[in-house]
Ligand binder design. Structure first.
Ligand code: HAM
Length: 538
């Protein structure tokens, strides 16, 4: 056994191997096709953004931002970061001249390096940073006096005060931006909308995206730390309920196209900034009355975000929650009308739904319409898609007043739910899948033609022939080294090739290739042109 430590994928992330990746590509292709049909254009977004973007839009107090983001300082000044931490942790006392000297030495290093970094533009030249450095310098000068015992007027309390002063100033130094791996993409779409002045584009701006998102959640079936979303957003001046309904229609059309069975749509309206705060206060007041009967999480949420209590899956809390006041009875007239019209617009499109007054969603930016789609075969993580309206989010990020609505499909969950259908998808591209499973085996990585070559000149002919066949759309495998005939045919069979093309000295001399059908070993001798024609057709 090798003693070299094996490196494995990080907890909660995984590889998507062929042939499963073939099914993923199919699903993604279906999204491109369906969304294009509804007039959406693809936006490719960065995987990481300033942390503040997510904090401001998704919300500081949400689980996603508060607990689950992968955040790191985006700068190279690690030495300064370490020095700063070191300084903050040191508490020299006035009777320890050696410790004081060391402390001052570190302050000097911090001041020197930071000043240099500021000048070089490596560190943000903010007024906060400049002020912090001045204060550290002033504190350092006072602390120096304690090193001259006879003339020093500094006593322990004053000394401590200055150390504290230096700590506080050092803590405010920032050496660069904090960035986060994106936990979702709606915030990025809004950022891009503002950055590119998309409000000047005609009509509603309809965008879709797909790609990985990152949340440090506890991994389980259907829940990963790197997961994939396929999402779409509509931004513009109108919040017409027909927009909400058409977005959902598109989603259902997509699910129909990929063959998802049993998708169930739930919808709700969570009101606007006029009516929701009043409802939240009412809910809080009612929750306080039953606080003792609730678990720790819900008790905490009474303070932080009472709406989230409605999300609780704790069995003992269900009967209590059912008796709580419902938002549908507390919507303002505009929100009530909007929601009624959204439902009528869904009916108009023949889309079935269930109203779920407890559907509040976990991100702060939502208002009015919220929806989720569940699918079978997913266990407890059964939401395959979530979305809603977020009028005002663009404004919150510094853009013009804008209405918005969108959704994101959890692609990993969609694939899990489609699993039984993956066999069908794979069959469509000429692949086999293990029944009920899309686990990977070499046999599934199918090729059409395997070229067996023997001798150096045959290799050159094999390479040239493979190029022609591939150009004609045939999947070809050419061994990189010469193989024994029997072994080559065995491998061709295992790879699922239908035919083997045999090139040896005789074939080169005759200018013909031997083609062997692997199912019944029937052989033909064909010229190159005949061969390309024959294989292209099969
Ligand atoms: P979300 O509900 O947080 O909404 O996520 C949408 C979907 O992503 C979920 O329904 C689920 O299928 C999938 N998902 C979320 N977390 C994980 C995970 N850890 N592992 C696997 N799948 C996961 C949003 O992200 C919003 N940005 C949706 C949106 C777009 N709202 C308006 N526009």
């Amino acid at each position: 056994m090798s003693e070299v430590k094996q490196i494995r994928a990080i907890k909660g992330v995984r590889d998507i191997l062929p042939p499963e990746s073939v099914a993923w590509n199919r699903v993604e292709r279906a999204a491109h096709e369906v969304f294009a049909g509804f007039g959406y254009g693809e936006i490719r977004l960065p995987i990481f953004e300033q942390t503040e973007l997510f904090a401001r839009s998704v919300g500081f107090d949400t689980d996603v931002v508060g607990k689950e983001m992968y955040t790191f300082p985006d700068h190279q000044l690690w030495d300064l970061e370490a020095l700063k931490t070191n300084i903050i942790l040191r508490r020299p006392s006035i009777d320890q001249p050696l410790a004081i000297s060391l402390f001052i030495e570190q302050l000097d290093q911090l001041i020197g390096r930071s000043t240099e970094a500021l000048e070089l533009g490596e560190m943000p030249r903010t007024s906060d940073n400049q002020r912090a450095l001045e204060q550290i310098r002033a504190g350092r000068d006072v602390l120096c006096q304690s090193l001259v015992p006879k003339t020093s007027t500094i006593d322990q309390p004053r000394f401590d005060l200055y150390v504290q002063h230096v700590h506080t100033s050092a803590a405010t130094l920032t050496f660069g931006e904090r960035v986060s791996l994106r936990p979702e993409a709606t915030a990025s779409v809004c950022r891009a909308y503002i950055e590119h002045g998309m409000q000047t584009l005609p009509g509603n701006v309809k965008l879709y995206y797909m790609g990985p998102m990152f949340r440090r959640e506890r991994p389980q079936k259907g829940r990963y730390r790197q997961f994939y979303q396929i999402g779409a957003e509509v931004l513009g001046q109108s919040d017409a309920p027909g927009i909400d309904a058409e977005l959902i229609e598109m989603l259902m059309a997509f699910f129909g196209k990929v063959g998802l069975e049993g998708a169930a749509l739930q919808i709700n309206s969570i009101g606007c900034k006029e009516c929701r705060p009043k409802y939240v206060e009412l809910l809080r007041a009612e929750l306080v009355k039953v606080k003792d009967k609730l678990g720790a999480d819900s008790q905490r949420r009474i303070e932080t975000n009472p709406l989230r209590v409605l999300d609780s899956k704790v069995p003992e809390e269900q009967a209590i929650i059912e008796k709580l006041p419902r938002i549908s009875e507390h919507l303002c007239a505009e929100c009530r009308d909007h929601f009624t019209e959204v439902r009528r617009q869904l009916d108009l499109r023949g889309i079935a739904y269930e109203q779920n007054w407890r559907l509040v969603r976990g991100l702060d930016y939502y208002m009015r319409t919220t929806f989720e789609i569940t699918a079978p075969g997913l266990g407890s993580q059964n939401a395959v898609c979530g979305g809603g309206r977020y009028d005002g989010l663009v404004e919150l990020l510094g853009g013009p007043p804008t209405k918005g609505i969108g959704f994101a499909i959890g692609e990993d969950r969609l694939m899990l739910s489609l699993r039984k259908d993956v066999t069908v998808l794979l069959a469509g591209v000429g692949m086999k899948a293990t029944p009920g499973n899309v686990s990977v085996s070499v046999e599934d990585a199918r090729v059409d033609v395997f070229i067996v070559w023997m001798g150096a000149s045959a290799q050159a002919a094999a390479i040239a022939l493979a190029r022609k066949l591939r150009d004609a759309g045939v999947k070809v495998e050419v061994p990189a080294v010469e193989m024994k005939f029997g072994k080559a045919l065995g491998l061709a069979d295992k790879l699922g090739a239908k035919r083997a093309v045999i090139i040896g000295e005789d074939e080169i001399a005759a200018g013909k290739f031997t083609v062997k059908r692997l199912s019944d070993a029937v052989q033909k001798s064909l010229s190159e042109a005949e061969l390309v024609d024959e294989l292209k057709a099969s």
